[in-house]
Write a protein of this length. Structure first.
Length: 286
């Protein structure tokens, strides 16, 4: 009897474990929704169980990532920092039918950040530097709009370097008192030479050495999700290479326009720069 009870208990515990583990194994995790400029809207698109194909969605002419979670399809929409608050529409194609799906963007006032740069040549650009920076900005713009269809995209990121989260996303920046574009990434305070790792699996979309961003790696995670790792001292990967989550991409540094060594990490979703913290599971954010 004693043995039977023990066995029964053990079976129950096993079943419990299975029941608990099942949802974790069966569903992709969604990023945190934040319906503000620079955030992410998660728009439900209906049940996955009616046998219909995965819906296709667009924001304007830019395709949008679609994933499933708990038997529902969701569009995971990157909201550009300059998006006007109010009602917006996605174009959703299910089977042969295309219909609009609306979502709301709320206003957000990001805090100000005032930065003093001693190297004035990085603030007041010479004609040659300006021409170079403009060429690079349009090349980077193309990279951000890149779309590679992928079966599945891992939406639970790791922070790519061990360090304090410093300059938060969205800060309205002033360099030497002059207003500049907002901070479209997250800064991790690390010394030069700190390992920088891929936040999720993907392919190296490009590597480069840019006037503002310095030595930079772009990782394409599929379906319009791209991460950028900037100001590196050393790059250890090549364009086209497949990378796994946590794989070493290079070492942190202060190349380009940086006040000191740090990792600037950006996340691009359907061409929009969004807050990287939305992709970090809450338990990993200190
Ligand atoms: Zn930064």
């Amino acid at each position: 009897m004693h043995t039977l009870t023990a066995i029964t208990l053990r079976i129950c515990r096993r079943l419990n474990l299975l029941v608990l583990a099942w949802p974790l194994l069966a569903h992709a995790s969604l990023p945190n929704a934040s319906n503000v400029p620079g955030g992410i809207a998660i728009v439900p698109l209906g049940s996955t169980s009616n046998g219909a194909d995965k819906p296709q969605t667009w924001l304007g002419d830019q395709p949008v990532l679609v994933t499933s979670d708990h038997d529902q399809w969701y569009a995971v929409v990157g909201l550009p920092l300059d998006m006007t608050p109010g009602s917006h529409e996605l174009s959703v194609k299910i089977g042969s039918e295309t219909k609009p799906e609306s979502f709301v963007v709320n206003p957000k006032n990001y805090p100000e950040q005032r930065v003093t740069l001693k190297d004035k040549s990085k603030v007041e650009l010479s004609a040659a530097d300006l021409a170079r920076a403009e060429r690079e900005i349009s090349a980077i713009k193309e990279l951000k709009r890149h779309w590679r269809p992928a079966q599945d995209t891992d939406l639970a990121f790791i922070v790519p370097a061990e360090g304090k989260l410093a300059g938060r996303f969205g800060l309205r920046r002033f360099f030497n008192g002059e207003p500049r574009s907002p901070h479209a990434g997250l800064d991790v305070a690390v010394a030069s030479g700190t390992p920088v790792k891929a936040s999720a699996q993907g392919q190296v979309l490009a590597v480069g050495d840019y006037f503002f961003n310095g030595k930079t790696v772009f990782i394409d995670h599929g379906n319009g999700l791209i991460t950028m790792y900037c100001h590196l001292e050393r790059i250890d990967v090549q364009t086209g290479e497949a990378v796994s989550k946590g794989q070493l991409l290079g070492l942190s540094g202060k190349t380009g326009r940086a006040t000191g060594p740090h990792l600037h990490w950006s996340v691009v979703l359907n061409g929009a720069m969004v807050d990287p913290e939305l992709f970090i599971p809450a338990k990993d954010l200190q």
